[in-house]
Design a protein around this ligand. Structure first.
Ligand code: XBP
Ligand code: MG
Length: 248
């Protein structure tokens, strides 16, 4: 039997490790009230705004839509009001998550532990902030969560947000692995595009916020990671590599 070529798993955070966007949305609305702006993001609008990765970028995009623009000028992300709202939002989100209001999605904890037991290396590739990652994974995996993830690429290390592949390209470089030696895990079309652009075969587990998006380039689309075994991942990954190697 040919030994498996799979060496590492690279996880997105929001929507993949945990279904966090409900808490993000509530935190944005809390921040708007604290900042004294009369904005409120109901779920249908938030679903549309999620097409823009990055909380600050999302606020700037909303301001542009309000002004009848297609997209926000780049400098709006640095606008003091956007910065202030995002600071308040991050405080509100941190409080919600540390209070245990957001659990890991089904099967995530088990997959992380069995991957480590099988000698696979783990990485994170997310457009959210280090504070948000620490709040979520401290609450769900314990304060020593970081020991499980050899590489963490986030909004601070990779300012170009998904679908730009920067966060995945930097994770691969720091792992010193080829994309063909890894699998990525995502929940959204933006994330899938970023991982695919970095050459990564990607498993997608949509949430209610991303259900129905375009996942045509995914290796697999699954309802969740519940019950997924490392042997299945290795088989799925190696089969994909074989299919890529066979001349068309
Ligand atoms: C999802 C995002 C983030 C969150 C909000 O990140 O796009 O912007 O929605 O968090 P990913 P911030 O799926 O890549 O983990 O406000 O910190 O951006
Ligand atoms: Mg995501």
């Amino acid at each position: 039997m040919i030994p498996s070529n799979l060496r590492a798993l690279i996880f997105d955070v929001d929507g993949t490790l945990a279904d966090t966007e409900g808490a993000h949305r509530a935190s944005f609305n809390e921040a708007f009230a604290q900042a004294g702006v009369d904005w409120h993001w109901y779920e249908p609008l938030y679903n549309r705004l999620l097409e823009v990765s990055g909380g600050k970028e999302r606020i700037a995009h909303f301001m542009a839509l309000k002004d009848g623009l297609e997209a926000a000028p780049e400098q709006w992300v640095q606008d003091p009001l956007v910065q202030r709202i995002h600071e308040l939002k991050t405080i509100a989100y941190d409080r919600r998550v540390r209070a245990g209001k957001v659990a890991l999605r089904p099967g995530v904890r088990e997959l992380i532990e069995s991957a480590l037991d099988s000698g696979l290396r783990l990485a994170i590739a997310t457009t959210t902030t280090p504070i948000n990652i620490d709040a979520l994974l401290s609450a769900s995996l314990g304060t020593d969560w970081m020991r499980r993830f050899e590489v963490i690429e986030n909004a601070r290390t990779a300012p170009n947000k998904k679908p730009h592949p920067q966060v995945y390209l930097q994770a691969l470089a720091r792992l010193q692995l080829e994309a063909s030696q890894c699998l990525a895990f995502e929940d959204s079309s933006n994330g899938l595009r970023a991982a695919t652009a970095a050459g990564l075969a990607t498993l997608v587990t949509p949430t209610r916020f991303t259900h129905g998006q375009d996942f045509s380039s995914a290796l697999r689309v699954l309802p969740s990671l519940q019950g997924i075994t490392i042997a299945e991942l290795r088989h799925c990954h190696d089969k994909h590599l074989l299919a890529c190697a066979v001349p068309a």
